[in-house]
Design a protein around this ligand. Sequence first.
Ligand code: GTP
Ligand code: MG
Length: 397
Amino acid sequence: MNFFKRLFSIGKKPAKDLDKNEIDDLNVEKHEESIQKDSIKEEVKQTKSKPEPEPEPEPEPEPEPELEPEPEPDPEPEPKEKEGFFKRLLKKTNKKSLDKSLEKTSNSFFDKIKKAVVGKTKVDVEVLDELEEILITSDVGVKTTIKIIDAIESRVAKEKYTNPQELNLILKEEIGNIIFDEKNDDFDIDDKPYVILVVGVNGVGKTTSIGKLAAFFKSQGLSVMIGAADTFRAAAIEQLEEWATRAGVEIVKQQMGSDPASVSYDTLNSAIKKNKDVVIIDTAGRLHNKINLMNELSKISRVLQKLNINAPHEILLVLDGSTGQNAYEQAKQFSEATKVTSMMVTKLDGTAKGGVVIGISDQLSIPIKFIGTGESIEDLELFDKKDFVESFFQNKI
Ligand SMILES: Nc1nc2c(ncn2[C@@H]2O[C@H](COP(=O)(O)OP(=O)(O)OP(=O)(O)O)[C@@H](O)[C@H]2O)c(=O)[nH]1
Ligand SMILES: [Mg+2]
């Protein structure tokens, strides 16, 4: 339904019966909607005509900061039987929980689409126009939306006559095609401990996710050690300690204000001595700018590499899905500042902005490995594209 039809369906009261205030309200609403629609159109136009931006020049490498003398690492322990560590992470998606998490996203998306196709017998330009707007306002992002619409447009043109119900199927397929999928659920490494550095802005759910991950890895038969390298505030260390207790894993910490790189070094050192399988390091979310962020994260990585040249094996970026386009911006900024290798999208429960997963995954070409579906220790799912799309399409046109 276009904006005018929507406007006139409000209240279902004939215009002549409206009093002056109601007419004023409607005029303001009409004006706001037309501004929003104009700005979406403008964004689409600009994106379609914008040339690819020049890549930013590589930042000058920072001079090596002075590091406190570090103890010589202990000799590497004899590796255990290697095949024991080619571990496949197994977790069947909890469909009920995923459906519930994506319920709001799915309802809101399909409510809009149903309105757009009502009374239509075929998918025409008007329906595609509405669909474009719906995808953008569902946080899929402009570039990814254009890709999806282009793909649908060419299929509709080929198949000549497509009814709105078939659109459901086409849309599901195209969304499935666009989600970046790189199967890497395996811990295909033989130089344990496998080190995961967890990064992300404050409040996105890093510490909570570390607790969930620690419990999950433990349930997979792996031994875990976590490092409290968010030394910015005392509460952060205590919070991580609580999660370590809940998950039943060991934690390495220092006092508040200490050097995050030093805590990271201690954690890996201790994990090597204790022959742990996985190390997960928490970091502070309060990094004021890209340079600070880059310096801090590269210092942590350099220090870890003194103990294991491949560490960190993974830089896991945590994003809060309920922030929609902000999450997308953060993903862009972090991946420019550091070599993010995987992502976790949290708080998909209780938000209608789950469409952001599609755009982030397409635009960054970095695998989303995990999603957060609640505040409890078990509210973690391994991201599976097929299951995600199924839950997204729990509603139909
Ligand atoms: N609903 C929901 N809440 C979550 C999820 N993950 C984390 N949270 C909540 O998000 C809030 C922030 O989580 P933290 O783990 O403290 O986030 P953080 O990134 O470590 O924050 P800082 O340490 O301040 O940078 C807490 O209230 C968590 O319970 C999730 O998947 N779903
Ligand atoms: Mg934290």
